[in-house]
Design a protein. Structure first.
Length: 327
């Protein structure tokens, strides 16, 4: 309730004044016997009465609902809860819940990839004595979370999955280029093709002919720079020239093919770090103590969605009653 929007409750006086009628008796009717009565000055009688009480009630409730929506009214109603990040293994999560003693708490599947950020937006919905358990791949925040409740984080980094990335090699020395990828180990696999078709992440173009107009890839390694005129004025770093084009980003070096598979892998991973957003660091398991002075983030709580539905219902009711009163 600590918001200035509630000062708008004074607006409730407007529909109250609109729905009170003042009637005055101003008409005079002459009577034949009035000549025998003493002369008196005419008097006015003011009569106040309520009119259209249902419409008045609907308009007052509509004003209150609007103020509650603007003030972002939040009633602490949640108790102990478990926040489960998206993609968390269900068997592992159930074991952690039992070990932490939260089996009777409510389980909430948090949308998105950052359960702590979601909690900061909904922190006001929990009671002061509530405990929270956060499970899954929890990204490490830039600053320690501040909450009015104790938060226990049990995180689990995701396992590396097998991935396959397609590489297209168009070169007269294709075997030498292919050796750069055939010797790589680990969960990442490379599928090397020599036909310039389909979708690939890397195209190695080592022929003097220009590539087809329909061939696209995020990264190009140009073994023959004559096929890419945009490299003529390209920037150069550590002997590698790079430039953007309609086909994708083009890299070129006079010392290619690379010296070995490790050099090719480092080069390709360097491009991936530049091209794709970095993966977040998984937060280590820990218990975050409650902070009494923590200020909850100003955000829409669960009641705001319900208040929106209430507003729509009250507005429709007020329009129906107003239309009926005019007939």
């Amino acid at each position: 309730m600590n918001t200035l929007w509630w000062l708008g409750l004074a607006l409730l006086a407007l529909p109250v004044l609109w729905h009170r009628q003042r009637r005055q008796r101003i008409r005079q009717e002459p009577l034949a016997t009035a000549r025998f009565l003493p002369r008196t000055d005419p008097q006015q009688l003011r009569v106040w009465r309520w009119t259209e009480r249902l419409l008045l009630l609907a308009r007052c409730l509509l004003i209150i609902a609007v103020l509650a929506w603007l003030a972002d009214l939040v009633l602490p109603w949640r108790r102990d809860a478990v926040l489960i990040a998206a993609g968390t293994d269900s068997d592992w999560a159930e074991r952690q819940i039992k070990q932490a003693g939260f089996y009777d708490a409510s389980w909430i599947a948090v949308p998105g990839s950052d359960p702590l950020a979601w909690l900061a937006r909904h922190d006001r919905e929990w009671r002061s004595d509530s405990r929270l358990l956060v499970l899954g791949n929890v990204p490490m925040p830039a600053a320690p979370p501040r909450s009015r409740h104790q938060i226990e984080v049990r995180s689990k980094a995701p396992a590396f999955t097998q991935t396959e990335q397609r590489v297209v090699i168009v070169s007269k020395r294709a075997a030498q280029w292919r050796a750069m990828f055939a010797a790589l180990d680990g969960p990442r696999r490379y599928k090397v093709d020599e036909a310039p078709q389909g979708i690939a992440e890397l195209v190695i173009w080592d022929v003097p002919q220009a590539p087809p107009a329909g061939l696209r890839a995020p990264l190009w390694w140009a073994g023959d720079t004559t096929s890419f005129p945009e490299l003529g004025k390209a920037a150069q770093v550590d002997g590698i020239r790079f430039a953007g084009s309609a086909r994708g980003r083009v890299w070129a070096s006079g010392a290619w093919p690379p010296a070995g598979p490790d050099a090719a892998r480092r080069l390709f991973e360097t491009w991936q770090h530049l091209h794709y957003a970095p993966l977040p660091y998984t937060m280590p398991p820990q218990v975050i103590a409650a902070t009494a002075t923590a200020t909850p983030a100003k955000a829409s709580g669960a009641l705001r969605y319900l208040l929106t539905l209430v507003l729509l219902g009250l507005f429709a009711t007020e329009r129906i009653l107003a239309h009926a009163s005019r007939r």
